[in-house]
Design a protein around this ligand. Structure first.
Ligand SMILES: [Fe+2]
Ligand SMILES: [Fe+2]
Length: 473
């Protein structure tokens, strides 16, 4: 079958696929395996329904957002690099600062670059696997469509990383591309590489928290890879960021609509007991924030990391918006303040900036998370309700780095293990909370109708009405 496929047609791209025979052959043998993976581990059912999706057909303003109804297996997963002028572009940090960016990989950096690309690439299909059964309980057609949009774009991000592997890493790259389709989220024998991508996304509250908190980790990882001296990686990640922004928007507005519904019910029935009316109470929502924020923080790795320092020095992975940081961009002698944990005490400490690249990125991430929390709190305040959602302390409920051994409350108070065991059920979603949220998860497929626990969005997709048939039955 593959011989008849016109890959330049099927795969919209700006990497000149049609004229690269070797790459074309590699993608030809990978494509059917990808489609099999998509059908078996992508969205469960609904593969034959027409979905109102956005497809990127080029990187310019007009091309990257084409809307139309397509069946998901026919989605045109493309390969795009943001525009670049590699001739004039210079490396912005590390030992190679000021040199021309690389269009090919220097031999000595093959290993670390491959690891970075594979680690990023592995998260993309993982999240599709985590979300595969959610459509069965979608609270509306527009939400179901948003889920599918996120899914096809994550799959496109997989294509983006596979392209880099195949175009620049020869046989090793082709093998890695196969393995990206072979690991499975949550599989004890062949798990996905990073912890948070082996957690379940069992319900829609979790889905929105995931797209708000965990996709935002993706944003910061992509943004630091977009600084890379290896120009094809930088440009690929830059384009992926435009799509990532939409995933976080889905998360932020999803949670906002849940909050709105809770507030509406509280005001209408003059009660805090919104569960009686099929809504999700704000204290439960806070517990989900605590869980998803802490799990996503772990994705940035240990506070002090020689790996991250090496990536920086070698020019492979920069900091968030490197060009706006006012220092020497080589960090040979720069300090950075981080929070540490020892003798059961949290304290601030000055450490070499070069070793604390991960922590700095986590700091940027936390600030960004807080901005959306502020917008959620404004909704609550505007509804006249006295409740504030907060981000837990960075040391709360961590599995990676120096806080892994710490027992810390959301407010940042250290405690004994015994007290942690006693108190943590009031900070993290309990079995009953999960059961309650699960009990609300009932599919709604009538256009313009919504489940009891979520308010309608303010606007439809691409100027369509709220009751447009976003998924056709
Ligand atoms: Fe992604
Ligand atoms: Fe994403």
């Amino acid at each position: 079958m593959s011989a008849q496929i016109d890959y330049n047609q099927l795969i919209p791209n700006n990497v000149n696929l049609a004229s690269d025979r070797r790459l074309l052959r590699a993608l030809e043998s990978w494509h059917p395996k990808f489609i099999n993976w998509w059908k078996d581990y992508g969205p469960d059912a609904y593969q034959e329904n027409e979905v109102y999706l956005r497809t990127a057909v080029s990187v310019d303003k007009k091309g990257w957002a084409h809307f139309g109804s397509v069946k998901m297996p026919d989605y045109r997963w493309g390969i795009f690099l943001a525009d670049s002028n590699a001739e004039e572009k210079r490396i912005g940090f590390g030992d190679h600062k000021g040199e021309k960016v690389w269009t090919d990989i220097p031999g000595e950096y093959r290993g670390p670059l491959r690891r970075l690309i594979v680690t990023q690439g592995d998260t993309e299909p993982a999240s599709v696997e985590q979300q595969r059964v959610l459509a069965a309980t979608a609270p509306s057609l527009i939400d179901m469509r948003n889920l599918f949009q996120v899914n096809v774009e994550e799959a496109r991000h997989l294509w983006a990383m596979v392209y880099l592997l195949m175009a620049h890493f020869g046989r090793d790259g082709r093998e890695e591309a196969e393995q990206l389709l072979e690991r499975r989220s949550g599989d004890p024998d062949r798990p996905r590489i990073l912890g948070a991508f082996n957690e379940q996304t069992p319900d829609w509250l979790s889905f929105y928290m995931f797209t708000y908190f965990t996709d935002r980790d993706g944003k910061y990882q992509l943004a630091s890879l977009a600084e890379s001296a290896f120009d094809p990686l930088a440009r690929t990640c830059q384009f992926m960021l435009t799509e990532e922004a939409h995933h976080m928007y889905v998360g932020e507005t999803g949670v906002a609509r849940i909050i709105q519904k809770a507030c509406d019910v509280m005001n209408k029935y003059k009660t805090d007991d919104v569960r009686r009316h099929g809504a999700i109470d704000l204290p439960t929502l806070q517990k989900y924030v605590n869980f998803h924020f802490s799990v996503s923080e772990d994705l940035f790795g240990a506070e002090l990391s020689t790996n991250a320092a090496n990536y920086f020095t070698q020019g492979l992975k920069g900091r968030y918006q490197e060009q706006f940081i006012k220092d020497d961009h080589s960090l040979k002698d720069e300090p950075y303040e981080i929070t540490t944990f020892s003798n059961n005490t949290l304290k601030k400490e000055e450490v070499p900036a070069l070793n604390s690249i991960n922590e700095r990125l986590r700091d940027d991430y936390i600030k960004d998370c807080q901005r959306g929390i502020n917008r959620w709190n404004k909704l609550i305040k505007d509804a006249g309700i006295d409740f504030e959602i907060t981000l837990p302390h960075r040391a709360f409920h961590r599995q990676i780095g120096s806080f892994a051994k710490a027992n810390v409350s959301p407010e940042g108070v250290t405690m004994t293990e015994e007290d942690w065991i006693k108190n943590s059920p009031s900070w993290l979603p309990s079995e009953q909370d999960h059961e309650y949220v699960k009990s609300l998860m009932i599919q709604v497929t009538e256009p313009g109708k919504f489940a009891s626990w979520i308010a309608p969005p303010r606007i439809g997709i691409n100027n369509q009405a709220i009751d447009f048939e976003y998924v056709r039955f």
